[in-house]
Design a protein. Structure first.
Length: 143
């Protein structure tokens, strides 16, 4: 369904894979005439858009319904011009999930950074994107 989301469709972004266990995702940004910038490389907004929401969705699905997960902050570092299709691969490690569970066990909020690299098929790094997630256990109403 994510491949039908208009910001992806109209930017050349395609979700290639989402793991059945929500621990990984792989995304491609196809280089097209409509997503190039003034100097003929990938438009920076498209590079950022291809990584948007994945950390939040994956972590939310891995933790389950007892947690609130939101994007809190983001940053992108442009490393090299992207002049071909580029890929981002997200992997949620069990150690990160355990760190979140421990930090939020008493109901406190927890802020954690996740990073993904945007690369060419040959492995050249085009950009690094960091997303900070806000995570908290839901407060259950007693009744």
């Amino acid at each position: 369904m994510m491949n039908l989301w208009p910001p992806f469709v109209f930017s050349g972004i395609r979700v290639l894979e989402i793991g059945a266990d929500w621990r990984r995702a792989r995304v491609v940004l196809r280089r097209r005439w409509y997503n190039r910038n003034y100097v003929n490389s990938h438009f920076g907004g498209s590079l950022f858009a291809m990584t948007d929401a994945f950390w939040m969705i994956l972590v939310m699905e891995c933790l389950g319904r007892d947690y609130i997960v939101w994007d809190k902050a983001a940053e992108i570092e442009f490393v090299a011009p992207g002049r071909e299709d580029v890929f981002a691969e997200f992997k949620v490690e069990e150690s990160a999930l355990e760190e979140i569970r421990v930090a939020t066990a008493n109901g406190d909020k927890f802020l954690r950074w996740f990073q993904v690299e945007v690369k060419t098929a040959s492995g050249e790094i085009i950009a690094r994107v960091r997303k900070q997630l806000y995570v908290r256990r839901k407060r259950h109403k007693s009744g």
